[in-house]
Write a protein that binds this ligand. Structure first.
Ligand SMILES: Cc1ncc(COP(=O)(O)O)c(C=O)c1O
Length: 379
């Protein structure tokens, strides 16, 4: 039985509700980094083969997390933006083609597509504030739509998208389906086969409770071979380690997207965190996250002064709960956010409101004090 208080020994006064920005490391992750640092200091890379085993273990754990067919479908990158850029610049665009996305995306999932504008590629943004966000996206699709890209869960409102519906629609029309999964991986169960995604990207530092600077990049086997490569180096060749070979081919696996030395420090950290998720099970993690979101949303609904910006319909939310205070304007919310942070309520100012993002381990006995603090500071 895992004792969550041991795994998450957060400072007692802190109410940490900011996993949608940067998460907290479990104790075992912090320990793994300390051990790795100590080993580097005392023995250098003497045990590099052992580190490579950790790397393989991480790839297998990511395969489990995504329910991918093979760990060969997953590359380790620096961040989400890098993965999205590999897709954007891996496709051979024709002028007049278009991309469909939404008006709620984080800039990582907008700027890179806008950058294709100079090649004559149009970015179409659906307004997904209505009752049928997927329908609003699909309404923008036409015969020149080459790619549809969306965040699994919107960073501001917390709206959870129906990825299976979008994936089905893309598949039927031969459209590349690209998912930024950073706001759900590690909190909400995810199945890349069910949603039929062609590419999935997510950095480790939010719900995955890992470090910044390490991201997973899933690419379907079909597209892996077709995306044009732009980065080259010793690590992305099929015959890895054959330094005397004059001939080379890109790796058949997604390692072809990893040109040079891996982020071994990040790999040790994320591997340790994923061992915790595996022990607990993602169904249990998801239950814990949704339960906390529901508790927060209930309190907001019961308070006439507060307006919930997150859709509270089942299946439409994950770990993000965003709200506004009816008596505060935009500056008032910026001010409330600053005061909450000073009061050790770690949260974010997003979508014009206050965003709380608890994780499965968040101590719900602190919620009473949380709302007391919100009430006192919004007077
Ligand atoms: C939806 C979404 N995508 C991407 C990112 C971050 O991208 P990167 O991993 O490139 O820093 C964020 C960070 O807030 C996000 O909310």
């Amino acid at each position: 039985m895992i004792d969550l208080k041991d795994e998450f020994p957060l400072d007692r006064e802190l109410i940490y509700l900011n996993h949608a920005a940067v998460g907290v490391w479990p104790k075992r992750t912090s320990d793994a980094i300390k051990t790795f640092a100590e080993e580097n200091m005392r023995r250098g890379a003497t045990h590099y083969p052992q580190w490579m085993k950790v790397e393989r273990q991480l790839r297998n754990r990511l395969k489990w997390l995504l329910n991918a067919e093979s760990s060969d479908d997953i590359a380790l990158l620096k961040n989400t933006s890098e993965g999205l850029s590999l897709v954007a610049y891996g496709l051979d665009w024709q002028p007049g083609e278009n991309i469909v996305s939404t008006n709620q995306e984080f800039p990582s999932n907008r700027i890179v597509w806008e950058s294709l504008n100079s090649s004559g590629v149009e970015l179409r943004l659906a307004d997904i504030s209505g009752d049928d966000p997927e329908g609003a996206m699909l309404d923008l699709v036409d015969e020149r739509t080459r790619l549809l890209t969306v965040s699994s869960l919107q960073f501001g409102t917390g709206l959870k998208m129906d990825l299976a519906r979008l994936g089905r629609a893309c598949h039927e029309r031969g459209i590349f389906f690209c998912v930024d999964a950073i706001q759900s991986l590690g909190s909400i169960q995810f199945d890349v086969q069910t949603i039929q995604a062609d590419a999935v990207v997510a950095d480790a530092h939010k719900w995955l409770l890992g470090p910044e600077g390490l991201a997973l990049f899933y690419v379907s086997p079909e597209w892996r071979q077709r995306l044009k490569l732009h980065q080259y180096g010793w690590h992305m060749v099929e015959r890895l380690g054959d330094f005397d070979a004059n001939q080379w081919n890109p790796a058949i696996s997604a390692r072809r997207f990893e040109p040079g030395s891996p982020n071994m420090l990040g790999i040790h950290a994320l591997n340790a965190t994923l061992s915790l998720f595996q022990e607990i099970g993602m169904d249990e993690v998801e239950r814990g996250v949704l339960n906390r979101s529901e508790l927060l949303m209930t309190t907001i609904a019961d308070n006439d002064h507060l307006e919930l910006l997150t859709p509270n319909r089942k299946g439409r939310y994950g770990g993000i709960v965003t709200f506004r205070h009816r008596l505060l304007d935009d500056d008032g919310h910026a001010d409330l956010y600053r005061k909450l942070m000073v009061a050790d309520v770690i949260c974010a100012h997003r979508a014009g409101g206050i965003r709380f993002s608890p994780h499965f381990y968040t101590d719900i006995s602190k919620f009473e004090k949380l709302w007391h603090t919100v009430r006192a500071l919004s007077l």
